[in-house]
Design a protein around this ligand. Structure first.
Ligand code: SAM
Length: 289
């Protein structure tokens, strides 16, 4: 490590063990602290301005309705949390949790003055919330940073009531030819753009952590091992991004608050900007734009 990078703090390798990201959470949190100021614009560029669409689908898949409560884990600058909050109005509440105080600071400043929307510094593996206190939990582009994926899903499941949903949105290694082209862009351009933004090491971490992240089938298995039921997943943007949805099992799997679901089956058609789960195949994938 150069003296300059030592002064800025070590960047984690981004590689993973069998369980999860090999880096200590404190190292990961410190790295996100360093990139907090450039995080949103960098995300927009790297995703080809697709990330709002990906986030909308993830938020739609929670089935959060007015009056309900949700938690957004590894919330970063709070975009998913704020979208959940909008969906839960009137009367709903959303808590965004992140390890990085600077990310949380940005979320608080951006989304100030929204009653029921709050942000707190905390660890995804020890969420600051009682059991079954939310109707849904989300994690967007956060799971691959956790040292233990199964423990991460188990902790999200712990804080969601029976029948509620756990939704994970994450970058994945695509398989189609188009997707392999996109992957080449990701592998080469992302570290370069990161260097231009003065954060080359952090964005090299991003690429390595995506390479090390398990395939969607494996993530679905991990979710099931963590205790989630009815696990489904689907690819988006040619498989560059995958959304996984699982349901917290248990008796009395009724909504904690809010109106009853309208669909008899519990699977409702996807509305505009709403992934629902209609297009998330059980235990399988479906790539699409
Ligand atoms: C790539 S960002 C994603 C942020 C946001 N969810 C989004 O969609 O833009 C990953 C976030 O995970 C957070 N993070 C990493 N490890 C964490 C942990 N163990 N507990 C909570 N947050 C964590 C980082 O601080 C960072 O803000």
């Amino acid at each position: 490590m150069s003296r300059r990078s030592a002064a800025r703090g070590a960047t984690p390798s981004g590689r993973s063990t069998e369980r999860g990201n090999a880096a200590a959470p404190a190292e990961v949190g410190a790295m996100f602290d360093r990139i907090a100021a450039v995080y949103d614009p960098m995300n927009a560029v790297i995703s080809g301005f697709q990330e709002p669409r990906w986030r909308r689908r993830a938020v739609g898949a929670t089935r959060i309705r007015p009056g309900m409560a949700a938690i957004d884990v590894a919330t970063g600058t709070g975009k998913v949390a704020a979208a959940l909050w909008r969906r839960a109005q009137p009367g709903g509440r959303v808590l965004g949790v992140d390890l990085s105080p600077r990310m949380i600071g940005r979320a608080e400043r951006t989304f100030a003055g929204r009653p029921g929307l709050s942000f707190v510094v905390g660890d995804a593996l020890a969420l600051p919330a009682p059991d079954a206190s939310f109707d849904a939990a989300t994690i967007a582009f956060g799971m691959r940073n956790l040292p233990d994926y199964r423990a991460g899903f188990a902790e999200m499941q712990r804080v969601v009531r029976p029948g509620g949903r756990v939704v994970c949105l994450e970058i994945s290694r695509p398989r189609s030819r188009l997707a392999r082209l996109l992957a080449a862009w990701f592998d080469h351009a992302v570290p370069l753009i990161g260097r231009l933004a003065g954060q080359g090491e952090a964005y090299a971490y991003l690429v390595r952590s995506v390479w090390s992240y398990p395939a969607p089938e494996r993530i679905a298995m991990i979710m099931a091992e963590a205790g989630l039921a009815d696990v489904r997943w689907a690819g988006m943007s040619g498989g560059m991004v995958t959304i996984h949805v699982g349901t917290v099992p248990g008796a009395g799997a009724a909504p904690r608050t809010g109106p009853e679901p309208s669909a008899r089956t519990g699977i409702r058609p996807a509305a505009r900007g709403d992934a629902g789960v209609r297009d998330v195949a059980p235990g399988g994938s479906q790539s699409g734009p």
